[in-house]
Design a protein around this ligand. Structure first.
Ligand code: 5RP
Length: 225
């Protein structure tokens, strides 16, 4: 089975999980990336069973609209019932690294509002300790060098993601060689650097459920503490 097959399987499992829970007023939060894209494509068949969606990126919003799914501004809805998104890494507490697609800030906002966060990922994303994947940090452009120096003080090697502007008009630093044994503390520490908009550690708001694609089938993981 290829990684794409596993992504397809978790996207289908998320649709199976959600289908009986959808109601006329259900609003879904939709993430960004190749796994989220597969979920969006499958969601088209369920269009009539829920109210609409809030997207974590302009790319996902376009894809949803292409499938004639109503896309709301987050400020126009009172609740987001479920947030479905991929991840770059997850540990067993379902604390994540996200932002490989540069959408981390909006992903964090939608996840913060959502009642339930369902992460969908292939088995390569499950790790013991976060940090093998370079940690994305969204930064106000004029603060780029300052933030990079502060990230070096924390022990990482920040690399400017050339040619990338986020949907919010900011830049991304990817922090390499940065093991994250204490995700909660590190998330807060990086948030405290002036000029940081958001960082890709999702520990303050971890996932509630991880659907993990493996060659033996989709595993359902809940946070281990
Ligand atoms: C985008 C993300 C994605 O969820 C993450 O990069 C995983 O992507 P994919 O599903 O393509 O493996 O955080 O900002």
């Amino acid at each position: 089975m290829t990684q794409d097959d596993l992504k397809r399987a978790v996207a289908a499992a998320a649709l199976d999980y959600l289908r009986p829970k959808l109601q006329n007023d259900t609003v879904l939060g939709i993430g960004t990336g190749s796994t989220a894209d597969l979920f969006i494509d499958g969601l088209a068949a369920l269009r009539g069973l829920f109210n609409g969606a809030v997207a974590s990126s302009e790319t996902s919003a376009r894809r949803l609209r292409d499938h004639e799914i109503t896309v709301y501004d987050l400020n126009a809805v009172n609740q987001v019932d479920f947030y479905i998104d991929g991840a770059d890494e997850s540990n067993r507490a379902l604390q994540l690294i996200k932002g490989g697609g540069a959408a981390l800030t909006r992903e964090k906002i939608v996840a913060a509002v959502a009642d339930q966060f369902i992460c969908i990922a292939d088995e390569s994303k499950l790790v013991h300790t976060l940090g093998a994947f370079p940690l994305p940090v969204e930064v106000i452009p004029m603060a780029r060098s300052h933030v990079a120096r502060e990230l070096v003080k924390l022990g990482g090697d920040p690399v400017y993601r050339e040619g990338v502007a986020t949907d919010n008009g900011n830049v991304i630093l990817d922090v390499h060689n940065f093991a994250i044994p204490q995700p909660l503390a590190t998330e807060q520490q990086i948030n405290n650097i002036t000029g940081v908009v958001a960082n890709g550690i999702f520990a303050l708001r971890p996932a509630d459920l991880l659907l993990l694609g493996t060659p033996e089938g989709v595993r359902t993981l809940r946070p281990e503490h």
